[in-house]
Structures are given as structure tokens and as C-alpha cells.
Design a protein around this ligand. Sequence first.
Ligand code: GDP
Length: 295
Amino acid sequence: MFDNLSDKLDKALHVLKGHGQITEINVAETTKEVRRALLDADVNFKIAKEFTNRVKEKALGQDVLTTLQPGQLMVKIVKDELTQLMGGESEGINLSGKPSVILMSGLQGSGKTTFSGKLANFLKTKKSKNPLLVACDVYRPAAIDQLHVVGEQIGVPVYSDRDNTDPVAIAQAGIAKAKQDGHNVVIIDTAGRLAVDDKMMEEISNIHKAIQPQETLFVVDSMTGQDAVNTAKAFNDILNFDGVILTKLDGDTRGGAAISIKSVVDKPIKFIGTGEKMEAIDIFYPSRMADRILG
Ligand code: GDP
């Protein structure tokens, strides 16, 4: 459909090939293409602009035009910068608690319940942990059912209390249950709403304060583009979360939200969700995401 960025840069540089050192004019031309690629991938405009300015500085003075494929060299510069921007090496999650408590946060439909199951399954099968899932959505009975279905699929027990309307009390009881039954990880799934609102923020903040989790994760749908950034900021202001989970990367999003979120909240993206199945979870690798964004 579209040329990838590398092809576009090759074209932009083609005219000036053989003229020796790269000049301000052809750098401007190619960074325009880079910026367009970033905007196409849903990177926030301001962040894309700052980014291309940095690339511009780096590219100037490099002997790009004497190489056979100047586009490739520019892409390398861009890719290295992007990778760095998204956090360099991937970071794990803190499992030092006894038990380790992981609190999930995010809007309704972002993929929290699904990811809670995926993470429990990942920790069970890859890290030999013995997790307990806790259902803290007191508004939607279907959400509790959903977590039970997920738990059954992966063979992980689920704590819920349908008679209790206090999510803080349920979270605390879930942790007590985990201690009693010898679970070393507790994953707490919480209620989300369709948009950020005060009541939801107060509730998640109360749970957070009461249980003091080792790890608070913010789950966000990568398909929501620019909105993802505002949501991330709102949750981070309240929770100062430890990491971001980017879901639904199996869709046709280029994943630019990863750059924008990381730039705005400066928290690592830890995992990505790549499908509805319990196995569709991957550790986040900035360099792979850079490849995807550049197309
Ligand atoms: P919650 O309201 O935040 O708990 O969101 P859910 O876990 O219920 O997910 C909402 C919808 O998104 C469900 O239909 C999930 O199957 C789907 N979903 C979650 N994660 C992914 C993913 O990584 N890829 C795809 N394609 N769908 C996902």
C-alpha cells in the first residue's frame, strides 16, 4: 500500500546522491518523511517534532549521501533514536513481595481482565509462580464471571466476593487469602470506566493506598491512539504507576502510542498484548516496536 520509511527516505535522498556530505536541505526533506511516518503511526505531533529535530541534528554532518543506500542509514539513525526513546532494554516486574501484589488499572475495555489472565499464566508457566487472581469489579457481575472463566482456562484460582460492594475490602481479603493458601503472587483486577472520571480515580487510588502493591500496571488499548496518552497521564498523576501494558497490538495500529506514552509519563512499557488468547502476551522490546512504527 504505502512505501515503507526506508523506501521513502531513499527516494528523498536519491536526487542528491553523490553530492558528498548531507546538507541542511536534504536533511529537512528526509526528516519531513520521518515526521510523516511517525504521525501516520499515531505519534503525538509535538513529540514527533521534537524527535525529528533530534534526528536532524544527528544526521547533519554524517556522510549519508556517499553510501549506497542513504535511506537505510537514515533509518538506522531514526531507529536507534526511537529505541532509546522507548526505554532501551526491556524491564521486568517486581516480584519481591511475599506475596507480590500486582494491581491492574485502566479504562473499561482496555484489556485488563484478559491481561490479568495472561500475566498469571505467564508467571505460572514461565516463572514457576503460584498466582491468585482477585476480582475487584463490584459494578459488573459479568466482569467477575469473565475473570473466573479466564482462571479456569489457565488453571489459576480466582478470589471474588459477590456480596461485597467495597473493592478495597475485597482486595485486602484476596491478599489475606493468598497468604493463607500459599500464593506468592496476587493479581488484582479492578473496575474501569469508559472514560476517566473522578469516582473511578478515587476508587483505584483508595485500593492502591490500602494495599500498597509491589507493582501497579496501567493497561491501555494501543488502538486508542492519541487518547491513550491523556488516559495514561490521568492514571499516572493519581497512581504513579510502575509500568504500562500496551494491548491489541495484533490490530492494524502501528503502535505510535508507545512512544507518546513513554514520552509523557516516562514509565517503561513492560508487556504487550497481541491477541485474545491467554498465550498472546510478549515482553516489550523497544527495538521491535521501533521496526513496527517505521513500517
Ligand atoms: P477490561 O474491561 O479492561 O477488563 O477489558 P477486557 O479484558 O474485557 O478486554 C476487552 C476486549 O478486548 C475483550 O473482547 C478482549 O478479548 C479483547 N482483548 C484484550 N486484549 C486483547 C489483545 O491483546 N488483542 C485483541 N485483539 N483483543 C484483546
